[in-house]
Write a protein of this length. Sequence first.
Length: 121
Amino acid sequence: MHEVSLMEKVISEVERVAHEHGLVVVTKFTLKIGALSGIIPEALEFAFQGLRMGTALEKAEMKLEVELAKFKCTVCEREIEVGEFEYVCPDCGGALAIISGTGDIQLLTVEGISRESSAFR
């Protein structure tokens, strides 16, 4: 399950950003996950629940945004958008080719409480 090692890196990056902006507690952060990343959102959430204890993210909410990928059937030319990698056209069973989409994961926002007790976005 690569989501555990990935979440370790995400937590480290969120803590770095929080520290850089004077946050002592992270209340919420948002990740954007490319549909071609192979990341299973439920597994990432499970990893987060297990790894956040004892960190600045202990009580944080994690919001996930999945960036859809666009595929085109090489047989019937149907275009579809999906949130995960697909190989076969749901209409004709033909092979799908990627038109657009990424395998990236991106930290979009970090919110929390600063030393002065004011919120940062």
